[in-house]
Design a protein around this ligand. Structure first.
Ligand code: WTA
Length: 654
């Protein structure tokens, strides 16, 4: 376990201000302890009560948890409900005119959408989908820019019981194709173009590429939102405009009563091996997790203006844009653009303009904004802020302090939220009115989340010792299975090494003397680049698919802004290139990966070798490659290597 010990010694701590505690949803440590005790003493009673209190059921459930098919757990499984009804309709009697979404476009134009208007847009689009024969259980891939229509599309699917699978708009045609095929999607929803930082993104053309050569025979319809005047290539019979589909549709569409366990969506995420995994979430358990954590961790109040900067292509954009805040009936910002356009003051200007009270973003964004203008926030009135959040990767204490002091005016608690695509909602994060916070720690689990740190044998480790992060009991918002691959689900998340009982998160962590969790990073071959998960295998496969490449190994190295950067070690089929030729081929391979997977997966650095360091059994020694990528001296024992001389070569070439 020596590889995952933390060297961090952070002693600063910040208790919540009395004025914050006074109005907090969960006020004070004692109130938090009471909830934790309640969950431990009556686990099913605790979750059952929350599910009854927070969700609207069309048919009430009589059973909370069914573990008979473990690890395929079922929650509230004889109940029926509709997620879209819970996010929209139930608010209409008392807040039809409340703003649900404040949309700020890339060019700064602003649109306010009330709950009634959102309802009508969702109903019209849902009726449009129904008119195409899309309904319960059908899969629909959504490949959209960050505009309210993306949320409308997700909510419309939920309303009619179709299973959406959102693919991040920065992914390439190949990535779209893989996901459409795996999901067996009947329709793809996209836009002619997206707009980001003043540039247009050709989404429809990418979808055309993905579907070319009859690669995706299940797709019958491509629905295209007209975001810009551009006229894309058109396949009559398959392609139709969003505005034509919804024209004349009724603004009323009855929400279908779904079983609690019916899949609400699939979201693909990177794993350590093979192709991306289709993480399948349930309707009731997922929605309960998203709403309840929104309420607790963001200390949500009726008049908050909430802004989560995540794109709907990621889980954060699902739970804390498309579902959690709407289920609460909140007002939230949706932003089409990027934090640095027209300049690095954009976020701060928007917080001032829309009087944002809760701001939730990623460490990578914070680090890049520090670099581009550490003093910029002081030029704006950020006094509306009362709470800040962080998600996606560990936040380094110095970035945390800047966020706390300069953005939050030393007045706003920071909720550092640890969770995953698979967990659906926050798992370890401070209840802001209950816990002291420490820069760089995600603090303690939410009540009802039995997180722990264990060794290889599943035994708890002492405080201060690194180990595997596990969750010892199933919880409602946990992934139900991997779409089309239940065996992989079981092996990945409930492996036999831990008796098949614990959910294995794939992260290492340790705990300090207060029991606070400090996340150290992934234990598998998953990289975290700018808060986005990338499997090294996926990037390697894409490199090897290039005709020039014989073999490739990919590792991460620390990066100031992105957290981690991709470094690829490549063996060509021809002789190892040098000088100008090496630079030319490296550039070509970088573009290749950007084209195959997406720009986020593009290597920062490519090194060529005659071979890769391998053991006698042929296994690539990645830890050596990691050391080379970091420029570290190799102190490890290399006697088991087949070809130790290759290390010198890889260290020299660049
Ligand atoms: C990492 C994003 C430290 C972690 C919600 C996890 C974090 C992976 C934090 C999941 C955090 C996420 N502190 N690490 N607050 N939040 N991570 O599925 O390694 O895109 O396993 O979900 O991000 O990434 P995913």
């Amino acid at each position: 376990m020596s590889g995952i010990e933390s060297v961090l010694k952070e002693t600063r701590r910040f208790p919540p201000a009395a004025s914050f505690v006074e109005h907090a949803t969960v006020p004070g440590r004692e109130a938090y302890n009471v909830l934790c005790d309640k969950a431990v003493n009556d686990y099913e009673g605790f979750w059952g009560e929350l599910a009854r209190e927070l969700l609207h059921w069309q048919k009430p459930f009589s059973r909370v948890l069914d573990s008979s098919q473990a690890p395929f757990f079922r929650w509230f499984d004889d109940g029926e409900l509709n997620a879209s009804y819970n996010c929209i309709d139930r608010h209409l009697p008392h807040k039809a005119n409340k703003t649900a979404i404040i949309f700020e476009a890339d060019d700064g134009q602003v649109e306010h959408i009330s709950y009634q208007q959102l309802h009508d847009r969702v109903a019209r689009f849902a009726n449009g989908l129904l008119s195409l024969g899309i309904g319960r259980g059908d899969r629909v891939v959504i490949y959209m820019p960050m505009v309210p229509d993306a949320v409308v599309a997700m909510q419309a699917c939920a309303r009619i019981g179709a299973i959406h699978s959102v693919v991040f708009g920065g992914f390439s045609a190949g990535a779209v194709r893989d996901r459409v095929q795996d999901a067996g999607a009947k329709a793809v929803i996209t836009a002619n173009e997206g707009l980001r930082g003043g540039k247009s993104v050709p989404l429809k053309a990418t979808v055309d590429d993905a579907l070319a050569d009859a690669a995706c025979p299940t797709v019958q319809h491509v629905i295209v939102l007209q975001r810009t005047p551009a006229q894309p290539a058109w396949q009559p019979g398959r392609d139709l405009w969003w505005h034509e589909l919804t024209q004349g549709q009724a603004d009323h569409c009855p929400p279908v009563a779904m079983n609690a366990e019916d899949p609400l969506f699939i979201l693909y995420t990177s794993g350590s091996t093979g192709k991306p995994k289709g993480i399948q979430h349930s309707t009731a358990g997922y929605l309960l997790g998203a709403l309840n954590s929104y309420r607790w961790i963001f200390d949500a109040k009726e008049n908050d203006v909430f802004w989560c900067t995540a794109d709907v292509g990621w889980i954060t954009g699902h739970s804390y844009v498309a579902y959690g805040p709407l289920a609460f009936g909140a007002t939230q910002i949706i932003f089409e653009g990027v934090p640095t356009y027209p300049d690095a003051g954009r976020f701060w200007q928007m917080i001032e303009r829309h009087k944002v009270s809760i701001f939730y973003t990623a460490p990578t964004a914070i680090r890049s904004l520090i670099k581009l203008g550490a003093k910029l926030p002081q030029q704006y009135d950020l006094s509306s802020l009362r709470l800040l959040g962080s998600v996606g990767e560990p936040i380094n204490p110095e970035a945390w302090m800047w966020y706390y002091e300069v953005v939050g005016g030393s007045r706003c608690p920071i909720v550092d939220t640890w969770w995953q695509t698979e967990t659906g909602s926050h798992m370890i994060a401070p209840m802001p009115g209950s816990l002291d916070i420490k820069p760089g720690s995600c603090t303690l689990p939410l009540p009802g989340i039995l997180a722990d740190i264990v060794d290889e044998a599943g035994a708890p480790v002492e405080p201060g010792k690194g180990g595997f992060l596990v969750i010892k009991k199933p919880f409602p918002s946990l992934v139900r299975t991997i779409w089309n691959d239940p065996d992989r689900f079981k092996k990945t998340y409930f492996p036999d090494e831990f008796n098949g009982e614990y959910y294995l998160a794939g992260d290492s962590a340790n705990r300090d003397e207060d029991g606070y969790f400090w996340i150290l990073g992934r234990v598998d071959d998953v990289l975290n680049v700018s808060g986005h998960r990338l499997g090294t295998m996926e990037i390697e496969s894409s490199l090897v698919a290039n005709p020039l490449v014989a073999e490739a190994a990919v590792v991460g190295k620390p990066h100031d802004i992105k957290g981690e950067a991709v470094v690829a070690f490549v063996v060509l089929k021809d002789a190892r290139p040098e000088g100008e030729e090496a630079r030319r081929i490296a550039a070509e391979l970088k573009n290749w990966v950007a084209h195959e997977i997406g720009k986020i997966a593009q290597p920062d650095e490519i090194r060529f070798g005659d071979n890769l360091p391998k053991t006698r059994s042929g296994k690539i020694m990645r830890r050596l490659l990691r050391a080379i990528a970091k420029g570290e001296a190799i102190t490890q024992d290399v006697s088991t290597l087949e070809n130790p001389q290759i290390l010198d070569q890889l260290q020299q070439t660049q």
